[in-house]
Design a protein around this ligand. Structure first.
Ligand code: XMP
Length: 508
């Protein structure tokens, strides 16, 4: 498969470069700059990412350019651009003028293939502390901005190009055009990497890899595990055994309705209601991380028992997606774990199953596109993300069955309300939180002393950063009324107006 290699020097935007390249229907992979894979015939070009380092720092990432430069098309971005100049003994120095944020191109060499269709005065996004003061011999300027003369260059006699701005970010208006020029016209990729294409080649690979073997997969109701199941089902049919565990912490009626959907999709799925076992291990546990660990461990217990009951099962399928893979192999290793996410993923070694991960190379939006291609129902496809530990981390303090019931009712009013008002698809994720406090209220002639819930709705692209959704006041008023009138035990509703960072999406 035609591939573009993206060498990561630690920039916060590296994943975005990959997403943009894939938007151009070209497959690409991110690798740390110091772990360059073998450059096979399939590699059509290399992109050097930006970096938080300055090229003059002692511990700056030093990519071995000799492996590909001059042999394959190369595009350096930001640090990548400065690094190639530095290696060729040009002059890179700390910039005197701030070079962050918006700038406009004041000259563009449209005769350079990379710059075709990139407009004069179009906006570009700068984010660097260094700047290229002098280009080495043979390096030709291809664009400039008001403050940056050498905003981009090409190297004569090679397919090597570089720019100091970030074409991958939304604010660089013609950034996608530039990246398309690189992959299409310079690397000569045929741009045929589409969801349909992905489904066909993955199903074929899975058939070859798995043969007549049995595979077990844990379904969660989320998009990733559902799409993984559909791909495997297409490849091996009844040899795929799916297990859907009710941990008692799902949304109202979710276990039954999702199980039905899975059966409709023709999946060989077994629903296991283990709610009481989960409540038992959660008894009196109040600390968020302890809740996650207890739920993770119980899930493994239940899943392991079910998997063992399937004779001769050889493989464990997981819905791991690309951001999880990059996260664990990035330049600096896994980023600091703020919460122990993905806790349901890790199964113990003693299970002795081989792992198959059909979505390992996909980003979330690509998983959705593949799901759509496979005919996954919109109700599963468009679902908001929901954490593995479910409502347990939205019940602050200890978790009881009664609290789960209350929260399920509140959450259901909120979510159904969003759907009925046509707001559900505009919000990235929404839910309700049960607070560990009571407040005074008045209902009829009586003074009440009851529970408080918070509603949370956020806009986001990937959950890494998020802003609170500016839901209409009228809508919030209606939902608040409905919750207080219909859910016994709740007399106050708040709306969370914190963004991430510094807050997180979940409260625990
Ligand atoms: P935070 O709260 O870190 O959440 O801003 C970011 C995204 O991750 C989800 N999340 C989890 N998902 N297990 C999961 O599978 C977890 O323990 C967990 N904690 C948070 C959260 O719902 C949001 O989508």
């Amino acid at each position: 498969m035609q591939t573009i290699l993206i060498l990561d020097h630690g920039s916060q935007y590296t994943q975005l470069i990959a997403r943009k390249v894939r938007e151009a229907n070209v497959y690409c992979e991110i690798h740390p700059y110091n772990k360059i894979p073998e450059i096979t015939d399939e590699v059509k070009g290399v992109i050097l990412s930006g970096s938080p380092y300055s090229v003059t720092d002692k511990d700056a990432p030093k990519t071995d350019l000799s492996l590909f430069k001059g042999k394959l098309p190369v595009l350096g971005i930001c640090y990548g651009a400065q690094y190639m100049v530095h290696c060729a003994e040009g002059k890179v120095e700390k910039s005197k003028i701030r070079e962050y944020g918006r700038a406009n191109l004041k000259s563009v060499d449209n005769s350079c293939v990379l710059m075709q269709g990139v407009r004069m005065n179009s906006q570009v996004w700068m984010s660097h502390g260094d700047t290229i003061l002098e280009l080495p011999e043979g390096f030709k300027v291809i664009c400039s901005t008001e403050n940056v003369d050498n905003a981009g260059y090409r190297i004569e006699g090679e397919d090597t190009y570089a720019i100091q701005f970030h074409p991958e970010v939304y604010h660089s208006e013609d950034g996608l055009t530039l990246l398309r020029n690189f992959v299409e016209k310079i690397c000569k990729c045929d741009c045929s990497w589409t969801p349909k294409n992905f489904v066909e080649s993955t199903v074929k690979e899975l058939k070859e890899k798995l043969g007549e073997d049995k595979v077990v997969l844990g379904l969660s109701g989320g998009v990733d595990s559902s799409v993984a199941a559909m791909l495997l089902n297409k490849a091996i049919g009844k040899n795929l055994h799916c297990i859907f565990v009710n941990n008692g912490l799902l949304r109202k009626n979710e276990f039954d309705s999702v199980l039905e959907s899975y059966k409709d999709m023709g999946l060989n799925v077994k629903g296991v209601d283990a709610s009481q076992e989960f409540y038992a291990v959660l008894k009196d546990v109040t600390e968020p991380e302890k809740k996650r660990k207890a739920i993770g461990a119980k899930f493994i217990d239940v899943f392991d028992a079910q998997a063992n009951a399937i004779t001769d099962v050889k493989w464990l399928a997981q819905g791991t997606i690309y951001p999880d893979v990059i996260e664990s192999s990035s330049v600096k290793g896994p980023s600091q774990t703020i919460k122990s996410h993905h806790n349901v993923g890790g199964l113990p070694d003693y299970m002795k199953l081989k792992i198959v991960e059909p979505l390992r190379s996909l980003f979330k939006d690509e998983v959705r596109r593949v799901g759509k291609e496979l005919g996954l129902k919109q109700e599963l496809l468009g679902r908001h993300p929901f954490p593995g530990p479910g409502l347990a981390i939205r019940i602050l303090g200890d978790v009881t069955e009664e609290k789960v019931r209350i929260l399920q009712k509140v959450d259901n009013i909120f979510i159904e309300g969003l759907k009925n008002a046509g707001l559900y698809d505009k919000v990235w994720q929404a839910g309700a939180i049960l607070l560990p406090i009571q407040s005074v209220g008045v209902m009829g002639d009586e003074r009440t002393y009851e529970r408080v819930v918070a509603l949370r709705a956020v806009e986001s692209v990937d959950g890494m950063t998020a802003d609170w959704s500016h839901l209409p006041y009228d809508f919030l008023a209606k939902i608040s009324n409905e919750i207080i009138n219909r859910v016994k035990g709740v007399n106050r509703v708040c709306y969370d107006i914190s963004s991430k960072p510094p807050a997180t999406i979940e409260w625990e």
